[in-house]
Design a protein around this ligand. Sequence first.
Ligand code: HEM
Ligand SMILES: [Ca+2]
Ligand SMILES: [Mn+2]
Length: 333
Amino acid sequence: AITRRIACPDGNIASNAACCPLFAIRDDIQENLFDGGECGEEVHESLRLTFHDAIGIGSRGGGGADGSIITFETQELTYHANNGLDEIIDRQKPFIAKHNITAGDFIQFAGAVGVSNCPGAPRLDFFLGRPTAAAAAPDLTVPEPFDTVDNILARFADAGGFSPEEVVALLASHTIVASDHVDPTLEGVPFDSTPSTFDTQFFVETQLRGTLFPGTGGNQGEVESPLAGEMRLQSDSELARDSRTACEWQSFVNNQAKLQSAFKAAMRKMTILGHNISQLTDCSELIPTPKALTKIATFPAGLTNADVEQACASTPFPSLSTDPGPVTSVAPV
Ligand code: HEM
Ligand SMILES: [Ca+2]
Ligand SMILES: [Mn+2]
């Protein structure tokens, strides 16, 4: 294939002139939205936003990854599942206003650039050219942590024909979480012990027997986790144990290469929902290459294979070593 090289007005080289404005946007958000290239709160929330915008499509209506969650925020932010997204939307809006880019493109661009700051992440694709949203997405397109596996799989299938395997791949995103809203008494609670690293610990730790709540019990959509300071969603717990998804879930344990390739492929599909890829421009070259990760997955200190709730019937849980030292707790982000 012939790679086109175009000189942009600012001196950057692009494959397509349409991508040229993205260099300045990337530099601006790395410096002023992501605190100089961190894998922190704004990255986590920007990734969550890519999902809540894109999944708004299907038999009930909605335009997919069209920016409607910002353009029609007065409506979509009244939906229960979007609780807390007002903060990142307020942070993103000035960048959209300043640069000549639609909300739909910006949400997915910020997500892809942001994820590149997390060691171990794949280099996500980015396609440009989403028009401004025409209407708000309807309510109830975003799955909730208290939904059944049946309903979650059905919603993803309806939204974009996602298979159960692709749903599991997308949930790799929960390796970089700091939850503020599931337990109203806590802030910044991770779903795994490494919330700033795009690793497979999430798939290890969600398979361990739950023994405690990081804060209060009785929150809708939360079940017990195996580690002080760590939160487990009911939906993640059930997907890790359901016969339709358990083996796929387990297959990511200590498989960084699969984590990267499967998440990248599923994100490519999710981030263009509602669009015809032939009408978008591939500007993936703008996405930085994430730092590689060499850490091997482990059981947290004090826990072993005996704490695994084996759910995949056909394949044993991978053998992992246990972190040395006394039992620790996961610090808030
Ligand atoms: C069954 C599907 C899903 C459910 C039920 C679900 C639910 C949740 C919930 C309840 C939170 C905590 C929000 C808070 O308390 O602040 C959360 C966080 C998050 N979710 Fe999901 N999620 C799902 C799928 C996804 C997907 C597909 C992605 C992205 C591809 C994603 C990305 C994230 C991220 C990055 C966060 C962390 C946000 C932060 O730290 O502020 N989730 N999710
Ligand atoms: Ca992690
Ligand atoms: Mn947050």
